[in-house]
Design a protein around this ligand. Structure first.
Ligand code: NAD
Ligand code: GLY
Length: 378
């Protein structure tokens, strides 16, 4: 399998009828006229970003939007998962109302998954729905969060618990935006790239295994192919099951263990991608315990996660805390925890697993008590 050159723009259409849209992937997309063709013209547009990404990239985006909109404003939210809340969301509504924005106003989400999820939710709510465009600036957002229309804010009692399914009208993955991304964030995004192999495409896993170092060094051809293949897989899953009636849950491979790590350590201690990477190792080990994959397959997943610079050993938490945290997972049904399990044919399935098997996997995959910081931060 040969990666496509990223000199040219790749276009993936997400087939959702009148809610369908294009995902554009390539280098230099902000400055490419094709990126903006067909987007609605309107009197007003608002770029929503944060106080880290805004100073780096907002000017370049706003310069391009001047040709589409009469007035383009920019709102910089405070950076961080801790601000993915009602107060910060309200800043978007404050600005939209203060600038007398109407139903034709277009929102542009310029940032990682936090900005994208909040801007999408604001777009879903303002005047009962206005158009929005995703301009993802992290690898995680380019391969996962900007695609598929999940939007949300956090509640003190649960992550992403308040939100809506609301699709963007375009996703613009400009690979050049990744050049300023910190290495730790790039590694975290690689977890979501790695997940697509075991759940859907073993050829992609074969391609990825020897190329992780190239991706970490921002090889643009490798990145272009990794983003494109990830988006193709996600687009197909979302088109088949937009509102997660069943199949879409496979995209949560590693997330049941991962969310428990994120919450148990305190949000922000482990990045989402770090927790998901470790969670994928645990979910693959769980699949081995159920005879779905062999030990060599677990070793391959562990080696990829490690090569991405992500921890492969979970922090110590009491067994009761693991189980309680995992019961809050959105896949849980009537208090029964459900896991995404993989087999050696590149298929995934979601089902409950007996507690004793889960606890055995946790004990094999965790550090001894007293050593709880993610390996990546040591
Ligand atoms: P993030 O949005 O917090 O971004 C990570 C950090 O990188 C931030 O400090 C940000 O300011 C900085 N940053 C972003 N782009 C940069 C750039 N180009 N240069 C320099 N710094 C940059 O985190 P994330 O990993 O992108 O997203 C995580 C969020 O996404 C979580 O809230 C998670 O719940 C959500 N998510 C949503 C979906 C979905 O389907 N909607 C899927 C996965 C994750
Ligand atoms: N990131 C999981 C999903 O979009 O369903």
């Amino acid at each position: 399998m040969q990666p496509a050159s990223t000199d040219h723009l790749s276009r993936i259409t997400i087939e959702l009828g009148d809610r369908g849209y294009d995902i554009l992937i390539g280098k230099g997309l902000l400055g490419d006229a094709r990126t903006w063709a067909g987007l609605p013209r309107s009197a007003r547009a608002l770029v929503v970003t944060n106080d880290t990404v805004g100073p780096l990239h907002a000017r370049a985006l706003m310069d391009q939007l001047a040709g589409l909109h009469g007035r383009v404003d920019c709102l910089e939210l405070p950076d961080g998962e801790a601000h993915k809340d009602w107060q910060t969301l309200n800043l978007i509504f404050d600005r939209l109302l203060a600038t007398v924005s109407d139903r034709k106003t277009v929102l542009y989400a310029l940032g990682g998954g936090v900005v994208g999820d909040m801007t999408g939710f604001a777009a879903a709510c303002y005047m009962r729905g206005i158009p929005f465009v995703q301009v993802p600036t992290t690898l995680l957002a380019q391969v996962d969060s900007s695609v598929g229309g999940k939007t949300a804010i956090n509640h003190p009692l649960g992550k992403n618990m308040i939100g809506a399914f609301y699709q963007p009208i375009r996703v613009i993955c400009d690979l050049d935006l990744l050049r300023t991304l910190p290495a730790r964030e790039l590694s975290a995004g690689l977890a979501e790239v790695i997940k697509y192999g075991p759940i859907a495409d073993l050829d992609f896993m074969d391609w990825l295994e020897p190329r992780i170092a190239r991706l970490r060094s921002l090889d643009m051809d490798a990145l272009g192919y990794a983003v494109r293949r990830s988006c193709e897989i996600k687009a197909a899953v979302v088109a088949a099951d937009e509102r997660e009636g069943g199949l879409r849950a496979i995209l949560n491979f590693g997330h049941t263990f991962g969310h428990a790590i994120e919450a148990g350590m305190g949000y922000g201690t482990w990045l989402h991608g770090e927790a998901v990477g470790c969670g994928m190792v645990m979910a693959t080990e769980l699949s081995r315990r159920l005879d779905l994959v062999n030990a060599a397959f677990v070793g391959r997943v562990r080696a990829m996660v490690s090569a991405a610079g992500l921890p492969t050993v979970a922090p110590h938490m009491p067994a009761s805390q693991w189980m309680e945290l995992m019961q809050h997972d959105k896949k849980a049904e009537a208090g029964s925890i459900r896991f995404v399990l993989v087999d050696d044919r590149g298929h995934a399935d979601v089902r409950p697993v007996a507690d004793d098997v889960v606890l055995d996997v946790i004990s094999r995959c965790t550090e001894p008590a007293g050593d709880a910081a993610p390996a990546a931060t040591r």
